[in-house]
Design a protein around this ligand. Structure first.
Ligand code: GTP
Ligand code: MG
Length: 385
């Protein structure tokens, strides 16, 4: 059916920067976890009556166990997040399907996507969806099933549905990329709510524009709002439907001048890597899409490593440092106690020596005295005889 399934391992992908960094930082936190737990056992061993560590010292070190645990939980779940925006029917869902090399999301004429859809890798072979806040898994095997399930659940435009798709079927999902599709920015008065709920942790934004018409006020407004809440957002602009357009590129220059953050502009069409419909310039648009995919992967992985891991690696370093200081504190207390004991022993020894000397002196005096007494008694006795 023209769909390309990518299930080989792509070791050259720039996404591997994130995948490897994630593995490494997770491994490091396993070690930090061990270190902290060892430190806790040690502190317990040297606390208690007459112990070196106080109850407070032990509690201070123990507090790090749950902190490390919490960071490990977050790190395990960390992913790269890309949010797609644009007006209704510009092709947001189509572009996401093209990037996933699979038809997962419903697309079509008119207002199709009516809530936020977050596509992410499923850890099992199943594909299913789940609405935010609910644990119920709704099985979805096909795009039409997903469409029906979404209609049946009657969701509000700002609600979120998680779509889990087997990782093995899509390279992006396997490498921990999460893609968020949205309803058209022109159908909502709630841009602020959208941004606060779904965009603040996005590593990359993709604005899917329509090459057949100019950017609308709603799209500009949306990104103005994004750039007031996020400093230097990474924005890609896909001038989609290039196949159908005789567009003028001038307005793209406005974006360059408007300070919307770091952005890159590409001209694509749905003919991109999916079905080879041989409209004029198909090949150029195909390569433009491939170029977009590459730059997108570089950008998202670098941004995610920076935003997701930099802070945690600093925290890990601080925790290891703090635990080490606590152990050093115990060590120096034990050294102090030892030298205090040695000093006490020395003083005792000195006192003992002094007592000994006094005793010797007294004994000598007594001996002399007794000797003299004996002598005098003997003398007196000899006189009487
Ligand atoms: P909403 O979900 O309604 O906000 O729209 P959307 O932005 O997700 O658009 P969608 O992907 O549903 O695409 C709308 C229609 O445009 C579909 O019929 C697509 O097949 C079609 N379409 C998408 N991209 C292109 C393109 O590059 N060229 C042409 N000719 N048609 C396209
Ligand atoms: Mg859509």
């Amino acid at each position: 059916n023209g769909t390309v399934r990518v299930n080989m391992s792509n070791v050259d992908s720039p996404l591997q920067i994130f995948v490897r960094a994630k593995k490494k930082i997770n491994d490091i936190f396993v070690e930090i976890d061990d270190y902290v737990k060892d430190a806790v056992s040690f502190m317990h061993a040297v606390s208690g009556d007459n112990g070196i560590a106080s109850v407070q010292d032990v509690a201070n070190v123990e507090a790090y166990v749950s902190k490390v645990q919490a960071i490990r939980e977050v790190l395990k779940r960390d992913h790269m997040k890309v949010a797609f925006f644009g007006r209704t029917s510009n092709g947001k869902s189509t572009v996401i399907n093209a990037m996933l090399h699979d038809k997962i999301l419903p697309s079509g004429i008119g207002h199709t996507t009516n809530c936020f859809l977050q596509v992410e890798g499923s850890d099992t072979d199943e594909s299913f969806m789940r609405t935010e806040g609910s644990e119920e898994k709704l099985n979805v095997q096909s795009v039409s099933q997903l469409g029906h399930a979404l209609c049946a659940t009657r969701l509000q435009e700002c609600s979120l549905v998680h779509v889990y798709w087997p990782r093995e079927l899509c390279a992006l999902l396997r490498d921990d990329v999460v893609l968020v599709d949205s309803p058209g920015v022109d159908v909502t008065p709630n841009l602020d709510e959208w941004i606060d709920k779904y965009c603040l942790d996005a590593d990359v934004f993709v604005l899917v524009a329509n090459a057949e018409s100019t950017l609308m006020v709603t799209e500009k407004n949306f990104f103005h709002k994004v750039s007031t809440k996020i400093s230097q957002p990474n924005i890609f602009i896909l001038n989609n439907r290039w196949d159908a357009s005789a567009s003028e590129p001038e307005y793209l220059d406005q974006w360059a001048a408007n300070g919307f953050g770091d952005k890159r502009v590409f001209k694509t069409s749905k003919t991109s890597p999916l079905a080879p419909i041989l409209a004029d310039g198909h090949q150029v648009r195909y390569f433009e899409f491939v170029d977009f995919e590459r730059k997108f992967e570089e950008c998202i992985s670098q941004s995610a490593v920076r935003t997701k891991f930099a802070q945690h690696s600093r925290r890990g370093k601080n925790i290891a440092g703090d635990v080490m200081s606590a152990l050093e504190q115990v060590y120096s207390t034990s050294c102090d106690q030892k030298s205090a004991k040695v000093e006490k022993q020395r003083i005792l020894q000195e006192q003992l020596t002094a007592v000994e000397e006094q005793l010797t002196a007294i004994t000598r005096q007594m001996k002399d005295k007794i000797g003299r007494m004996v002598e005098s008694v003997e003398h007196k006795v000899s006189l009487t005889l």
